[in-house]
Design a protein around this ligand. Structure first.
Ligand code: PLP
Length: 401
């Protein structure tokens, strides 16, 4: 029998999906399960988005669309990033894709030759490793433990960029930690970046509208506009507009990079579907009350989760200021046993597995994100489930001996 390509052998099954599948199975068996596992926003976009989609359906052109993305959608994206303070970009600097994940794969293909290095902070979003595997790049992980609030320091970045990686990939606000870099922190990192002109910088900032406590969203080009010639900003409608299934993502950056993504699109997908395009224009240009309302709701939910995490002895939990994740360090439980079930907890995977079996709460082991001391709580569940879910986690900790 012929063999599959070697890159497929390197791809690993997603730990997030494994825990989500187990939770689903237990639910089907009649167990009362509360899921804090998958990073889905759990809300729907405003009615104006559906209205635009219905209109597009009624006026189907029957044609292929633009490889870059329809002019109206790119213009809407330009207007949107202008409000984020990312100005001076034109259509030629932008491209769309089937979600930010697809944009990131395109960037991997466009920027990395086989054997080139891509550096990124740990904890990281899981697909970064897969993208590197698929394009056969080398990965340099930059460890950002809870002791440094899961944030990269200028000294670490300096040491990493001195090795001249082809790409530095940065994620702010972060999945899985929810950490957000302040303007001062971004300024300090941008100052380092400015000294290393041979590295492309990708900023995966898809949670840019989900920022709490008034800290604001900041990008390296805010600090140093001249970095626009090698910073590539990645955005998506999935999380902030409640539209993960519509599959719309964007990039803005140097013209040559946008053109490379357009060329890859022309060979991979041709275009974003027309109906999703119309919905994207409506989401970006229409009323912003849904994302704004959700941001306020998530901030309140963050507080609820943090109140419990902070009260558990031994747990270290840096306070997130964005996205919808909390990432406590649970390593104080390793080596303990869960009293009622007698199950031993040796690591994060055991912790999440016994928590799910014993308490019916699904969280994702931190090792899925390169930090095996932690677990990820995604708190977008319906509001009535949040308090009982975190109470069960608190009880679980109390039952460990
Ligand atoms: N980047 C980060 C940090 C994410 O958390 C996700 C989704 O979980 C993505 C990119 C992919 O988003 P999209 O749904 O636009 O493909």
């Amino acid at each position: 029998m012929p063999q599959l390509a070697s890159r497929i052998g390197r791809a690993k099954p997603s730990a997030i999906m494994q825990i989500a599948e187990k939770a689903k199975r237990l639910k089907a068996e009649g167990r009362d399960i509360i899921s804090f596992s998958i990073g889905v926003p759990n809300f729907l976009p405003g009615e104006h988005v559906y209205e635009a989609a219905r209109n597009a359906l009624a006026h189907d052109s029957g044609q292929y669309g633009s490889n870059r993305g329809a002019d109206a959608m790119i213009d809407a994206f330009l207007e949107h990033i202008g409000k984020l303070g990312l100005t001076g970009y034109g259509r030629v600097n932008c491209a769309s894709g089937v979600g930010a994940k697809h944009i990131l794969y395109n960037l991997g293909e466009a920027l990395l030759d086989e054997g080139d290095t891509i550096a990124f902070p740990t904890p990281y979003w899981t697909s970064y490793l897969d993208i590197a595997e698929i394009v056969n790049a080398k990965v340099e992980l930059l460890p950002c433990p809870p002791e440094q609030d899961y944030k990269l320091t200028p000294a670490q970045l300096d040491a990493a960029l001195a090795k001249k990686p082809r790409v530095f990939l940065f994620n702010n606000p972060s999945n899985p930690t929810g950490m957000v870099y302040s303007r001062e922190e971004i300024d300090a990192l941008a100052e380092v970046i400015a000294r290393y002109p041979d590295t492309w910088i990708i900023t995966d900032d898809i949670y840019n509208k989900m920022v709490f406590d008034g800290v604001g969203y900041h990008n390296f080009v805010h600090s140093r506009p001249e970095l626009k010639d090698r910073v590539i900003f990645v955005d998506s409608l999935s999380k902030t507009y409640g539209m993960p299934g519509w599959r719309v993502g964007f990039m803005a950056g140097p013209e040559s990079v946008a053109q490379a993504v357009v060329t890859l699109n022309s060979n991979h997908i041709t275009n974003i579907p027309e109906i999703a395009t119309a919905a994207a224009v409506a989401a970006l240009t229409g009323p912003q009350d849904v994302p704004e309302g959700k941001c306020a709701e998530f901030q309140a939910k963050r507080d609820q989760v943090m109140d419990v995490m902070n009260a558990i002895p031994g747990v270290v939990c840096p306070r997130p200021q964005g996205a919808f994740y909390v990432f406590p360090d649970i390593s104080c439980t390793f080596g303990k046993t869960h009293g009622p079930t007698g199950k031993a907890i040796a690591n994060d995977v055991d912790f999440c597995s016994v928590l799910l079996e014993a308490k019916g709460v699904a969280c994702v082991p931190g090792s899925a994100f390169g930090e095996p001391r932690a677990m990820r709580i995604s708190y977008t569940c319906p509001t009535p489930q949040l308090a009982p879910g975190i109470e069960r986690i608190r009880e679980f900790f109390a039952e460990l001996q």
